[in-house]
Design a protein around this ligand. Structure first.
Ligand code: CTP
Length: 412
């Protein structure tokens, strides 16, 4: 499916074509995209929010202030804007078009559009006379100048009974155009044509066939890094330990169980341009793995341990100049100094230091707090793992591109 794993934010404004937006949402879903919907208050006069919340399985954002002090809806315009790979405003009325090109943010939809870091596709849809008005013409030119993608409306019978240009384009054309924008953005990303190796999840070091030494890593941070690297255009190979969660779409997955298996896979892909080592690898394994299950009657056992191979240190010892190595450091004390020591010892370019002691950070959480330490810089990120992953890679590869047109800036 062409939009597999892509996140599309559908904006619906108050024109009669709003009734077609529900079918457009379904078309996007059939192409594999995940949808959220924001509507202007006047759009809800044409179609109820329930239609869109049922189809998208997420509450529809209409009001900036929900009146409920306890939820985070008033910051939703920021989070949703960051979440999306593409925002599609269909239909887009003359009124919303005007607000967008003049930087107004007087409702949820226009606030999200202003805050969004992704491309925005507008489908202006209005009556023929309106679209011919010089003010609307000028706003369409401004939209183009600001980098919005604009689809020309189709010609035909309009709801007013008149005939002319102003109809919403065919739904398939809107989906095709969306794919084209996303593909173009991917190929303009800083990791385009780069092989990116990501390790994620825990290892299991078997004592006997049914018992092992492991840790509670969920793989979520590694998966978020893989997804963010894919979105920057990388060809991602995700080495994945035993985890419950499904890996992101659009990446090549190879599975490991133990640190030894991980090491073999890392050796196989050592030619990667970028390596992101987010796996929580056991440092020790049982010196011997029993062939049969240990029985209680055979007395209290002791397990001799021996070191596992350190895949990241091995890569660091033979690092090429054109290779970027990014490690993770999970710490319970002296976060920065321990992480810096690993950065040096493993000959890395960057290390993401993870404090395991706080609430809402670390292993199974969707949230995290990371100190990103480079040789000469340090940044702190806090929030959803997926958002942090984007910020980490934008910091690293935005800096590497060393240009005003870095990917972060080049939203359109
Ligand atoms: N790592 C690895 N292979 C290992 C151990 C660690 O590839 N056998 C990688 C991890 O994926 C991570 C980084 O090295 O990117 C640091 O891992 P961490 O466990 O925090 O560090 P260690 O070197 O194992 O140090 P310690 O356990 O003493 O904190």
């Amino acid at each position: 499916m062409s939009l597999s794993g892509k996140k599309i934010l559908l904006g619906v404004t108050g024109g009669i074509a709003a009734y077609k937006s529900a079918a457009l949402l379904r078309e996007f879903q059939k192409s594999g995209a995940e949808l959220r919907v924001t509507m202007t208050p006047s759009a809800t006069r044409f179609v109820g929010t329930e239609t869109f919340s049922t189809l998208s399985r997420t509450a529809v954002a209409v009001e900036v202030f929900s009146g409920n002090d306890t939820d985070d809806s008033w910051t939703r315009h920021i989070h949703w804007g960051e979440w999306a790979d593409l925002m599609v405003i269909a239909p887009c009325t003359a009124n919303t078009l005007s607000k967008l090109v003049h930087g107004q943010a007087d409702n949820m939809l226009t606030s999200i559009a202003l805050a969004a870091r992704c491309p925005i596709l507008l489908c202006p849809t209005m009556d023929a006379g309106m679209i011919e008005h010089p003010a609307v013409r000028e706003n369409l030119e401004l939209a183009d100048e600001y980098g919005f993608h604009v689809m020309q409306p189709d010609e035909g019978y309009l709801a007013s009974g008149l005939e002319g240009a102003g109809r919403l384009p065919e739904l398939k054309e809107i989906v095709d155009k969306s794919e084209e924008i996303i593909e173009k953005q991917r190929s303009g990303g800083p990791l385009h044509k780069k092989k990116v190796l990501v390790t994620a999840g825990p290892t299991r070091e078997h004592i006997d066939p049914v018992r092992y030494i492991s840790n509670p890593s969920s793989g979520k941070m590694g998966f978020a890094m893989a997804e963010a690297a894919r979105n920057l255009g990388g060809d991602v190979i995700l080495l994945c330990g035993p985890v419950a969660q499904d890996p992101p779409e659009g990446v090549q997955v190879e599975k490991f169980d133990s640190a030894d298996q991980l090491f073999s896979l890392v050796q196989k892909h050592a030619d990667a341009d970028v390596v992101i080592a987010a796996a929580a690898v056991a440092d020790y394994k049982p010196a011997e793995t029993a062939g049969q299950k240990h029985k209680k009657e055979s007395g209290s056992p002791s397990v001799d341990l021996t070191e596992t191979p350190d895949s990241l240190a091995w890569l660091g010892s033979r690092r090429r100049d054109d290779q970027t190595l990014i490690g993770f450091a999970m710490e319970t004390e002296n976060l920065e100094s321990n992480a810096r020591r690993k950065l040096e010892a493993k000959n890395l370019d960057w290390i993401c230091a993870n404090d395991l002691t706080g609430e809402d950070a670390g292993f199974a959480s969707d949230q995290n707090r990371i100190l990103l330490i480079g040789k000469d810089s340090i940044s702190e990120f806090e929030g959803e793992k997926r958002q942090i992953a984007r910020q980490i890679l934008n910091t690293i590869f935005g800096e590497m591109s060393n240009s005003e047109d870095s990917f972060e800036m080049n939203r359109f």
